[in-house]
Design a binder for this molecule. Structure first.
Ligand SMILES: [Zn+2]
Ligand SMILES: [Zn+2]
Length: 237
């Protein structure tokens, strides 16, 4: 397999999916220059929702939203800022069916899991489901691909059927925070309660913006008896 891949790289030089420059054989699908533009999220950030904060904050801090209203999840963390090449990669993955880009994102997601949740004992990894019609149109769910690969890499059970999306929701891009909450309210339902009840779950999604979707999914998982819900996303808007 390795030899075949090396030969293919010689015949068809690999190019960066984002900017189109030729990349070295064996490298992923994103070139070093584009990857150098990935902004890894570091401290300071809200200790609950992981939202990055500006400036120097030494102590443990909670953002104004988490202080006002306790989110449905226990903790949320994201690996990268949703900007520049990260945004390009995630949009190519989602809208152009370039599912191999999961390979380039997985190391960031995996490092974020190890550095933030090393003390959490997860029973399983799950993801934010798509409405079935939407998933059929797209042919895949990017959150599911990321979650399955992450579970495999960390030797954790993967739970594909613990939740379903029971209502079609308009795309959230143009909506403000409160409209997003309303948009996803009641959109999810538990499918397999015995897999949720008493479990500590890692909930994976591609992008977290206001957190309305993962908040709602977490709330549904907690109502179905989950003892812990920890969110992990590739990017944070
Ligand atoms: Zn590039
Ligand atoms: Zn917060």
């Amino acid at each position: 397999m390795q030899l075949l891949s090396t030969l293919l790289d010689l015949v068809y030089p690999r190019t960066c999916t984002v900017c189109g420059v030729a990349t070295g054989a064996g490298q992923g699908y994103v070139c070093w220059d584009c990857m150098a533009g990935f902004e890894v999220i570091g401290r300071p950030f809200c200790s609950v929702c992981g939202d990055p904060a500006e400036g120097m904050i030494e102590h443990d801090y909670q953002c104004s939203y988490c202080q006002r209203k306790k989110p449905g999840f226990d903790v949320a963390r994201s690996a990268l800022r949703y900007r520049g090449a990260v945004r390009d990669v995630l949009q190519l993955l989602k809208y152009s069916r370039q599912t191999y880009l999961v390979d380039d994102l997985l190391p960031y997601l995996s490092a974020c899991l190890s550095s933030n949740y090393s003390r959490v004992l997860f029973d399983a990894v799950t993801f934010v489901p798509l409405y079935p019609k939407k998933e059929r149109e797209r042919t895949f769910n990017q959150a599911r691909l990321l979650a399955a690969r992450l579970a495999g890499k960390h030797g954790l059970p993967f739970l594909p059927n613990c939740l379903e999306r029971v209502r079609y929701t308009a795309t959230q891009t143009e909506l403000n925070a409160s409209a997003r909450r309303e948009n996803v309210s009641g959109a999810f339902a538990p499918l397999n309660r015995k897999w949720i009840n008493g479990r500590t779950l890692l909930l994976v999604d591609d992008v977290m913006t206001t957190g309305a979707t993962v908040d709602e999914v977490s709330r549904v998982l907690k109502e179905a008896g989950a003892s812990g819900v920890f969110v992990l996303t590739v990017a944070r808007g």
